[in-house]
Design a protein. Structure first.
Lengths: 109, 119
């Protein structure tokens, strides 16, 4: 079992749909990161969170520490949201990131 | 936040040659990292680039193959030496904020990546 598991692996949506990507981790964390990787390879850091919820534009990230689970939501999805979304956890403040396998999101017009 | 740039953005190289990738961060950072992402895979940490001292390599990666420099708090290079087709990957530079620095503590940023193809 991977230390960080994401679901689904692949997700296809129609423009305007509400999207949820899930991330579960097996041990306690100091922080959980959501990253976005576009086809060119570059990675954008979307959120770093250790509790509660954060929002930026149409993106919302939530985390439930007790259940060791985080979700990334995209409201009013758009084709430009098409990318790989990666969840990564940091176990302690000085430790390295452990990455999930990523969720390939395709939003069709 | 921090903005990270990498050069080159992509390259096609011949087997047996070496390529040096440069990484520049727009603010001083405590820690810089180099990752590899092989096709269809997640990110794998190659090493932590330490300012003023030798890099710390992860299991399976060695200095002779992946020499790293970090002359100051904003710049690092990774060299992929004696390349083979198995080295074809995206190489990503990353930086993490430390205590008291300009970036939020433990916030981690990534560069645009260098897409390397070895023939």
């Amino acid at each position: 079992k991977n230390e960080v598991e994401q679901s689904p692996q692949n997700l296809t949506a129609q423009e305007g749909e509400f999207i949820t990507i899930n991330c579960s981790y097996s041990v306690g964390i100091s922080a959980l990161h959501w990253l976005q990787q576009h086809p060119g390879g570059g990675i954008v850091s979307l959120f770093m969170l250790s509790s509660g919820k954060k929002k930026h534009g149409r993106l919302i990230a939530t985390i439930n520490i007790q259940e060791k689970h985080s979700s990334l939501h995209i409201t009013a999805s758009h084709p430009r949201d098409s990318a790989v979304y990666i969840c990564a956890r940091r176990k302690t403040s000085g430790s390295r990131l452990t990455f999930g396998e990523g969720t390939q999101l395709t939003v069709n017009p | 936040s921090a903005v990270i740039s990498q050069k080159p953005s992509r390259d096609i190289c011949q087997r047996g040659t070496s390529l040096t990738i440069q990484c520049q961060v727009d603010s001083q950072v405590t820690m810089m990292f180099w990752y590899r992402q092989q096709p269809g895979q997640s990110l794998t940490l190659i090493a932590t680039a330490n300012q003023g001292s030798e890099a710390t390599y992860e299991s399976g990666f060695v200095i002779d193959k992946f020499p790293i420099s970090r002359p100051n708090l904003t710049f690092s290079t990774l060299t992929v030496s004696n390349m083979s087709p198995e080295d074809s990957s995206i190489y990503l530079c990353s930086a993490k904020g430390g205590a008291g620095g300009p970036i939020q503590y433990n916030e981690q940023f990534f560069g645009p990546g260098t897409r390397l193809t070895v023939l």
